[in-house]
Each structure stands twice: as structure tokens, then as C-alpha cells.
Design a protein around this ligand. Structure first.
Ligand code: SIN
Ligand code: CO
Length: 375
């Protein structure tokens, strides 16, 4: 992607300028970010997706008197209110995992590292529908796909939430700006900006969402992976306490056990590339509801394209794919990085891989993580 050229998507500024001036800093409204944008799937296709097992969906209803109701999917049509009833919204998460054109739309946002990109969420609302004034912990691009939505936004310090409601609703929303978005218009909001979007007539909004790992959750994930020994032949170190005296307080933890545990953590972290490996595996791990269909025919590997659900990342030493890591160097590393960045490799490039790398690539094709096509 050319990060220095002006983009209509960003209102005529380059990705470089956008990241420097707006990303994480201030909102940006772009009229006709995607000129003539048409919804990638119609209302009934979206609602059908919301009814499927393995697709994350929610129904939000305004009940009046400041009351809200939240229902988690799957949401078959019979669980949805009537289309002529105002004030309800269905939100479908991870549409890019199921719909190729949604995955392609996300590619336009790859001026942000893939490790930060989350998913495409699509909301469908009837007139006056919305999820209430709230804030999110992550950046979001709100692309209007169908109908109109009135957004009110504000940067407020007081982010206290209403108690006893099933949704995150701000107690005191103080809007500072207001915009009505029409199809093709897009609003970028940094994390923690208060916002409230209300449908004016039937409306569909696409949220290009980012993920911001929580430090404590990431630490937990990394520790779990650090404890997964990469060298199965490594000698097992077992706690020993030949000097343990007899105790009168049997429930008290022995101090030596704490020292043993601290050493274990220090050793795991000190292992070369252990943190890099664990982080890459964690960041490339697909969401729990993601599955792959193994290939039907096992032929020659030709042109290769990553499956839309595959997460592939790399660092200076590793290639990470769907939660697994491989050390790579030389031409193999170059080609695998190219596959991760462009999500495809041409057959003449595939032919340059070493036998080991080719075998690995074939196993990804067999697992349905990538597909081989003659063209
Ligand atoms: C929506 O599309 O209704 C909600 C999106 C958001 O506020 O983050
Ligand atoms: Co939001």
C-alpha cells in the first residue's frame, strides 16, 4: 500500500498524515470516503448471518424510559422484532470472517498493522435504533453503508456508566459535535470518545474495529505460552527441598517455593526469542469461534492465497500463522513475509521455497488456512 499518496478514504490525506495527525488523537469526518458505496450484503443476508451458529451477533432494543434490552445470538428471524417496529438494532461481529467482500473492504485499512486490526462489524437498525451513548476502548472507523445515521460525539472526562443496564451507557453524555452520515461517509473515532449514533430511517453502519490488547490479559496469554516448552528434550527441573526444616505452621508457604517460582519465570523470559514467539503466537491466534475447512483435494501447490480467516504475522525471526510459530531465515523468510503482507504468492514464488517450507505451506493448504489455485 502506498502510504504517502492522498486517499479518498481518508478525505484526501495520506495514510502517513492520518496516522500522524488523527490516529488515537482526534476524530475525522470524511464525506464520501468510499464514493457510491453500496452495502456488501443486503438486509436479509445480514439478518440471516445473525441467525447462524458460530457467528457473533447481538440484538439491542430500546424499551422506553431509559431501559435497554440485550440479547445475544444466534438470532433467528423469529427472535427479532418486526421490521416496522422502530428502535432496535442487530449487530453482527466478524463479518469479514464469513463474507469475502467484507474481508476485502478491510484490506483498505492495512496502513495500520494487522496485529491491531480486529474485524468488520455490521449493524442494522430500524428508525431511531442505536446502542445508546457510550465509549469504546479502541479506535473505530464508522462507515455508513445504507440509510442515514446521526452521530453525536464528544470528548468528555466523565466516562461513568449507568448501573443496572445490560449495555455500556454513559451516565452523562455531553455531545460537542453532530454529523448526519450518508452512504459512503465515514467517521473515525479514537478510543474513549463518547458517541451515540441514531438511525434516521432504516440504516446499516459498518464498524472497522481495532483490537487493543489489555496488558494483564496479554501477560496471561504470554505466560501460558511461555510455559509450553519448545524443546521437549529439555531436562525437567523439579522443586527440591532437602533443607526444609520441620514446621509448626503447616499452611504457611515455604519461602524457597517462591524463589523457585521466580527463577522459573525469569528463566522462561530469558530464553532467547521466548517472548517474541509467545507474543506472535498470541496475536496470530484466531478468535475461539473461528474454524477452517480442510482441503478436499490435495494437489500440486500453485498460486497460494491465504484464507480470509487466517491471521499471518511475522517478526525478525519468526513467521506466525493462526497461533503457531516457525523460525525462518533467508529466502524462505522473505517469501513467507511476502505471503503475510500481500496474502498471496504466485506459483513462480512458491517454487523458490525450500522443500521444508514448501511442505509447511502444503500443510497449511491441507488445513484450509490457505488455498492453492491455478491462477
Ligand atoms: C452501531 O453501529 O450501531 C454502533 C457502533 C458503535 O457505536 O461503535
Ligand atoms: Co461504539
Amino acid at each position: 500500500m502506498d502510504i504517502a499518496s492522498p486517499l479518498a478514504l481518508l478525505g484526501g490525506i495520506s495514510a502517513t498524515q492520518f496516522m500522524r495527525t488523527y490516529w488515537h488523537k482526534k476524530p475525522l469526518l470524511v464525506r464520501q470516503a468510499v464514493p457510491g458505496f453500496k452495502p456488501l450484503l443486503g438486509r436479509s443476508e445480514l439478518l440471516q448471518l445473525a441467525g447462524q451458529d458460530g457467528v457473533e451477533s447481538r440484538l439491542v432494543r430500546q424499551l422506553g424510559g431509559g431501559q435497554w434490552s440485550l440479547t445475544h445470538g444466534p438470532l433467528p428471524r423469529r427472535r427479532l422484532p418486526r421490521l416496522n417496529q422502530p428502535g432496535w438494532t442487530v449487530l453482527v461481529q466478524g463479518v469479514d470472517l464469513h463474507v469475502q467482500s467484507a474481508h476485502e473492504l478491510l484490506q483498505q485499512f492495512r496502513f495500520v498493522p494487522d496485529a491491531r486490526l480486529d474485524d468488520l462489524m455490521i449493524s442494522f437498525a430500524t428508525d431511531q435504533g442505536g446502542v445508546g451513548p457510550h465509549f469504546d476502548n479502541y479506535d473505530v472507523f464508522l462507515l455508513q453503508a445504507h440509510g442515514k445515521r446521526r452521530w453525536r460525539i464528544g470528548r468528555q472526562k466523565n466516562l461513568s456508566l449507568q448501573p443496572d443496564v445490560p449495555l455500556k451507557i454513559l451516565t452523562h453524555f455531553v455531545p460537542e459535535e453532530e454529523y448526519v452520515l450518508e452512504p459512503g461517509d465515514m467517521l473515525y473515532l479514537p478510543p474513549k470518545w463518547a458517541h451515540d449514533g441514531i438511525a434516521e430511517g432504516e440504516c446499516m453502519t459498518y464498524s472497522i474495529g481495532f483490537r487493543s490488547p489489555k496488558q494483564d490479559e496479554l501477560a496471561r496469554e504470554i505466560f501460558l505460552r511461555l510455559s509450553d516448552p519448545s524443546d521437549e528434550l529439555a531436562e525437567e527441573v523439579v522443586y527440591q527441598d532437602p533443607k526444609q526444616p520441620a514446621v509448626t505452621h503447616p499452611a504457611e508457604m515455604p519461602a524457597a517455593l517462591l524463589t523457585f517460582a521466580r527463577e522459573a519465570l525469569q528463566k522462561a523470559l530469558a530464553e532467547p526469542l521466548a517472548l517474541e514467539r509467545a507474543l506472535g503466537e498470541a496475536m496470530s491466534d484466531p478468535k475461539p469461534n473461528v474454524w477452517f475447512e480442510p482441503a478436499q483435494d490435495f494437489g500440486l501447490i500453485e498460486n497460494v492465497r491465504l484464507n480470509q480467516r487466517t491471521r499471518m504475522l511475522y517478526d525478525a525471526h519468526h513467521i506466525f500463522i493462526n497461533g503457531e510459530s516457525y523460525l525462518a531465515s533467508g529466502r524462505d523468510a522473505e517469501l513467507m513475509r511476502q505471503l503475510a503482507d500481500t496474502r498471496r504468492l504466485a506459483s513462480h514464488e512458491v517454487q523458490q521455497l525450500s522443500d521444508d517450507a514448501l511442505e509447511l505451506l502444503s500443510s497449511w493448504v491441507d488445513a484450509g488456512w490457505a488455498h492453492s489455485t491455478p491462477e
